[in-house]
Design a protein around this ligand. Structure first.
Ligand code: ATP
Ligand code: MG
Length: 424
């Protein structure tokens, strides 16, 4: 074999795509119920957008981006996440001027990160994400969380855990940052090179380090929870009370630091608690990002959102033993016997399709038995058999596969008869 899918990518074959379509249907319907509208942004953007919005010191920007120079010598990056493009679009199209605020958007599409491949971790993966931009009402934080939970619920998942934290606002972050620098500074030689460079710029990232996570100084680091100001505490309390209204259970984890820099106030993750689910249990991550639109020259427009990958949703379904029901995908299989029957059969196929009846026929010159086997394999509900005698008589044999009965039907009445069997 000369060519293979690049590492970290996968072909999704027809035996799987139908499940993806089911999930996408659930996503579209749930978003519609919550009045979130779909947005589609380009697969690549100017590199600087991600550097600015995701943050220079994050793993995503430092290690995981697919960045290339285009032929015009501009640095472009395959999108590693969806929030920055959505906020860029929000500012570019002046959505802050829309009469209906907040602007509620969702997207589903591939993201690209140069990561080490493991179960549930790909270099190209599909994220569904939602964003509500323009409101700082804690009720919308709860709404956004509810939307994510609802999608999982509709996919049949029950073993879920919502973990919540408050990252506070800029004021708390600044005093916490100083405390972290004082804490780690004297011992920074014990830490990896990344952490050394994080110390001054973004010491919070040290807490999320994948290399030094066992260093006891991480566990003993000053907790952001102790630096939250009154306003942040009050905001967090409101978010929790709205979640209580919805009957959504949560755990507060003061150590939850998200992997992207733009979050403030609410941060959350949804995990699978299913036993069969591997080492990576996070299904969904999100949070509030006030100030992101301003960062790229827009007006102040507080936002909140989340992203989840479909890959991990499907893995979680598997781990919980939940699967979609595979409905039969063929209504009618047309069997033709002999030269004379082929043209009438081929025309009938086209009529069936015009009537929205899912149908197919043989193109491999198979004998009767082989065609019948195909019809069985494809789980056809009805088989229409046209031989030379039928052509001469202007009829076709219609076989109802669910009860095995068959009947000769005049050509002009075929579609009605078939519809009749299918709706029974
Ligand atoms: P992780 O800690 O697993 O690397 P993250 O913090 O990088 O996650 P986010 O950027 O918040 O993840 O993305 C939100 C969600 O997207 C994750 O919870 C996960 O479901 C999914 N996700 C992230 N990276 C990948 C990947 N490489 N492959 C598949 N799904 C992914
Ligand atoms: Mg990651």
């Amino acid at each position: 074999m000369i060519f293979k899918t690049p590492r970290g990518t996968q072909d999704i074959l027809p035996s799987e795509t139908w499940k993806w379509q089911r999930v996408e249907k659930i996503i579209n319907e749930t978003c519609d119920t919550y009045r979130y509208k779909e947005i589609r942004t380009p697969l690549f953007e100017q590199t600087e957008l991600f550097q600015r919005l995701v943050g220079e010191t994050t793993d995503v920007v430092q290690k995981e981006m697919y960045t290339f120079m285009d032929k015009g010598n501009r640095s472009m990056t395959l999108r590693p996440e969806g929030t920055a493009p959505v906020v860029r679009s929000f500012v570019e199209h002046k959505m802050f001027g829309y009469p209906d605020q907040p602007v509620k958007l969702f997207y589903t599409g591939p993201m690209f990160r140069y990561e080490r491949q493991q179960a549930g971790r790909y270099r190209q993966f599909v994220q569904f994400g939602a964003e509500a931009i323009g409101s700082a009402d804690p009720a919308i934080d709860a709404e956004v969380i509810a939307l994510a939970m609802d999608v999982y619920k509709r996919a049949g998942l029950t073993k879920l855990k919502l973990v919540l934290n408050s990252l506070g606002d800029t004021e708390c972050r600044t005093s916490h940052k100083e405390a972290l620098i004082a804490h780690f500074g004297p011992h920074i030689e014990e830490f990896c090179g990344d952490c050394k460079s994080r110390l001054e710029k973004n010491p919070l990232r040290i807490l999320d380090c994948k290399v030094d996570y066992k260093n006891p100084l991480i566990a003993s680091a000053p907790s952001l929870a102790d630096y939250l100001n009154e306003e942040s505490v009050a905001y967090f309390k409101e978010v929790k009370s709205y979640l209580d209204d919805l009957g959504i259970a949560y755990e507060v984890d003061a150590n939850l630091v998200r992997g992207l820099d733009y979050y403030n106030h609410t941060a959350f993750e949804i995990m699978s608690t299913s036993e069969g689910f591997g080492a990576i249990t996070t299904l969904c991550g999100g949070g509030r990002y006030n100030g992101l639109a301003e960062e790229i020259g827009g007006p102040s427009a507080p936002g909140i959102g989340f992203a989840m990958s479909i890959e991990r949703l499907l893995l979680a379904m598997e781990a919980e033993g939940k699967s979609f029901v595979d409905e039969p995908n063929l209504d009618v299989y047309v069997i033709t016997l002999g030269e004379e029957a082929k043209h009438p059969g081929f025309k009938l196929l086209s009529e069936l399709r015009s009537s929205d009846i899912r149908s197919d026929m043989d193109y491999m010159d198979r004998k009767m038995k082989g065609q019948m086997r195909s019809a069985d394999r494809l789980n056809a509900q009805v088989v229409v058999i046209i031989g030379e005698d039928e052509v001469a008589e202007n009829v076709a044999m219609v076989k109802n596969m669910s009860d095995g009965t068959q009947e000769k039907i005049a050509t002009g009445e075929l579609i009605e008869k078939i519809k009749d069997i299918l709706t029974r």
